[in-house]
Design a protein around this ligand. Sequence first.
Ligand SMILES: Nc1ncnc2c1ncn2[C@@H]1O[C@H](COP(=O)(O)OP(=O)(O)OP(=O)(O)O)[C@@H](O)[C@H]1O
Length: 286
Amino acid sequence: MVTALSINALTKIYGKKKAVSSISLDIPAGSFYGLVGPNGAGKTTTLNMCTGMLLPTSGTVELFGVDVWRNVDTARREMGVMPQADEIFDRLTGLQLLVYSGMLRGMKKPETLRRAHDLLDAFDLSDAENKIVADYSTGMKKKICLGTAMIHSPRILFLDEPFEAVDPVSSANLKDILKEYVATGGTVIISSHVMSLVEKMCSHVAVIADGEVRASGTLDEVATGKDLEDRFLELVGGRHEAAQLSWLDGGVDGNAAVSGHADETSDTDNTENANTNSLGGDVDAQ
Ligand SMILES: Nc1ncnc2c1ncn2[C@@H]1O[C@H](COP(=O)(O)OP(=O)(O)OP(=O)(O)O)[C@@H](O)[C@H]1O
C-alpha cells in the first residue's frame, strides 16, 4: 500500500484551546477518505495544516514522502485544495477564474482553456461561464471552487464539505467525476457531516471529536458491524434527550406566539396536541 498522506502527531493549539490534539493518520493512495466529526471537532484545522495553509503547533505531515512544512511549494504542486467561496477572486467570470487558477499552477493557456471548458461542461456551468462569480448562487460557487482545485490534475484533492448547497443532479455529476478520479489513482480527502454521503462515497473514514481521532480505517473497520451513523454517535457521544422547548408548539394555539404562555392563555383543551414539549412530531424518533 502506498501512503499518499501521512499525518504524525499533528497538533494545533490556539491560546488555551487545543483544536487538534496529536492526530495521526495514514491515508492510502487511491482512497476516498472521509473526515467526519461534529461541529468544532477539528476537521478544517486538520485539513488546513495538511495543505500548508495553517502552521501546526507540532507534528508533521508528509505528502508522498515529502514533508509538507519543509517543502511547501513542492508538496502543493501535488495537491488540489478547494477554496472557500470567500477566498476566491469573485469579480472574475467562472471561465476567467478557472483559467487564472490553471495558469497560476504553471499551465499553458491553450490547455488551461480546454480543461476549463471541460470542467464548466461537467459542472453544468457552461451557460454561466461569462457571468462574474460574485453573481453565482451558493451551489454554483461551490462547483467553481471545486473546478479551481481540479484544473491542474493534482494527485490528491482536499475538499472541505464539497457537496454542501449543491443540488442533487450536480452533486451526482460531481460524485461521478470524483469516483472516476479515484478509479484512475487519485486520492480524495473530504470533510463532511453527512454520514450517508460518507457511507456511499468513501472507502475509508476517520471519526474526529474534540480534536482527537476516535476511530479510523476502512468503513467496515470503523462501523464494526453497526450502522455507520449509530457508530458515529456512539464514538462522539454528546447525544441527549430531545430539547424541552415547551414554547415551540407550531402555532397550535394562536395566542402562544404572542404571549409565550400557551397554557395560561389557551381556552381550548386540544388534547391531541397537548404535548408542547415536542418539536413537531419527532420526539419519538429522537
Ligand atoms: N483561529 C482560531 N482561533 C481560535 N480557535 C479556533 C480558530 N479556528 C478554529 N478554532 C477552534 O478550533 C476548534 C476546531 O475548529 P474547526 O474549524 O477545525 O472544526 P470543524 O471540525 O471544521 O468544525 P465544523 O464542522 O463546524 O466546520 C473549534 O473549537 C474552533 O472554535
